[in-house]
Design a protein around this ligand. Structure first.
Ligand code: HGY
Ligand code: MN
Ligand code: MN
Length: 429
């Protein structure tokens, strides 16, 4: 399969469209994309909001400027298609998520959308058509901030969307189905979002590391080996509300103190089981008055581990601890699972191709696992997946201080171009 090498023959154009300015172009575009936020002075962009529409329109225009066709699927994913020389060939998918956590950084997700579009735009301007088709996908909901479930968009394209989710409600009581309709989409058409496995060659995701390893070892990029599995719950603790002044301590069934002991047990258990982590990110206490003993508490629980065995061990210990606390304190503690995703292994053949591209850029290859979840976990139900990590400042993420450098964006762009150059959709596995 002949493919003119873009990397060595293209004059290193210093112009705004040349290969040497891809990193700058990516960083500037990420700054532009970060403007679409629900909050003044912070970046929050949830699924199926006005800001999601604005960001989707911006990304679709970028795709069209890069010579791609752009469309939105039934679940709100934006899909850009660069048809190759041979449309009969299976498609390479590249993507990440357009939604963010609250008060987020501007690189988590967005980098994996903007960078591949910039690379395909560069090839388009060089008049180079890849010998295979590529779809770039901006998934609508990976973080799960609005509807408490995660990977909605990527599960849909993998044919793994659970229609029961259409009844999930956000904090305003709006059902997912109604939010999709308000977005101009038809929730009953969710099946149309799926790709057929035979039409897809592989999936690649470029993402900031969200951890400190690459920075600690002075490396701009790394190849991901696996993605940690995760289980999320909504936990409800019900005790007895009462007057803060009249109920003696020995007669209380305080839901907040019971919750505090339960949350401390999560920290103890996940500290004791290697590679497992446990996080309570959201907590609501009712009735929420200074002089009333809390009768009900609800909190989120996110438990992860590199291996499914470790995660299941942590979950079983947490169940035992919650049961003992509930018994001793005379409260009820109920857990409702809102998400579960098993650990995901990246395909060795894709890791090898990514490693070759990294080496071709003169960079030593560092393989590393991902503690963070990614759309790749869901797409792995459809096709083989590979991920390229990009160094981020002090490993900070899910925070406005999240940062990466233009130089690393440049390296990652050239690594992806080399990967595209060497990729052969008929030689998978
Ligand atoms: O939670 C995660 O790991 C991802 O950032 N959604
Ligand atoms: Mn994230
Ligand atoms: Mn992410």
């Amino acid at each position: 399969m002949s493919f003119k090498s873009t990397m060595d023959e293209t004059p290193s154009g210093s112009g705004s469209q040349g290969i040497d300015s891809l990193g700058l172009q990516v960083m500037r575009t990420l700054d532009d994309l970060a403007r679409f936020s629900e909050e003044e002075g912070a970046l929050t962009r949830r699924y199926l909001t006005k800001e999601h529409t604005e960001a989707a329109d911006f990304v679709m225009q970028m795709m069209r400027d890069a010579g791609m066709d752009a469309r939105m699927d039934a679940l709100g994913n934006v899909i850009g298609s660069a048809e190759g020389d041979s449309s009969s060939s299976p498609r390479l998918l590249i993507g990440s998520h357009i939604d963010t956590v609250r008060d987020a950084g501007r690189y988590d997700g967005a980098l994996g959308i903007v960078l591949p579009i910039a690379c395909l735009g560069f090839l388009h301007r060089q008049g180079i058509r890849l010998p295979y088709p590529v779809d770039v996908i901006a998934f609508g909901d990976e973080e799960g901030v609005r509807f408490q479930s995660t990977l909605i968009g990527s599960r849909a394209i993998a044919g793994d969307f659970d229609p029961a989710l259409l009844d999930a409600t956000d904090s305003d009581g709006i059902r997912l189905a109604d939010a999709l309709r308000a977005f101009g989409l038809d929730p009953d058409a969710f099946e149309k979002a799926r790709y057929r496995a035979e039409d897809v060659a592989a999936y690649i995701e470029v993402h900031i590391e969200q951890g400190p390893v690459l920075e600690d070892e002075g490396l701009p990029v790394g190849v991901v080996t696996s993605i940690a599995g995760a289980t999320r719950f909504q936990v409800k603790v019900v005790g007895q509300a009462g007057h803060a002044g009249t109920v003696p301590m020995r007669l209380r069934r305080d839901a907040l103190v019971a919750s505090a002991e339960a949350i401390a047990s999560v920290e103890r258990i996940c500290t004791s089981i290697p590679s497992s982590v446990g996080t309570v990110g959201i907590l609501h206490t009712l009735p929420g008055a200074v002089n009333v003993i809390p009768g009900t508490v609800e909190f989120s629980l996110d438990v992860r581990a590199e291996s499914d065995a470790s995660r299941h061990a942590a979950l079983s210990e947490i169940d035992k601890a919650f049961g003992e606390i509930a018994e001793r304190r005379g409260v009820s503690i109920t857990k409702t699972m809102t998400h579960e995703g098993d650990a995901c292994q990246c395909a060795p053949w894709l890791m090898h191709r990514l490693a070759q591209a990294v080496q071709a850029e003169g960079i030593s290859v560092r393989e590393l696992p991902s503690g963070a979840g990614h759309d790749a976990m869901a797409v792995a139900r459809l096709t083989d997946v590979g991920m390229l990590f990009v160094r981020c400042l002090e490993g900070i993420s899910h925070h406005p201080a999240e940062s990466m450098s233009e130089a690393d964006a440049q390296v990652a762009s050239k690594v992806l171009l080399r990967f595209l150059e060497s990729f052969d959709p008929r030689k998978t596995g």
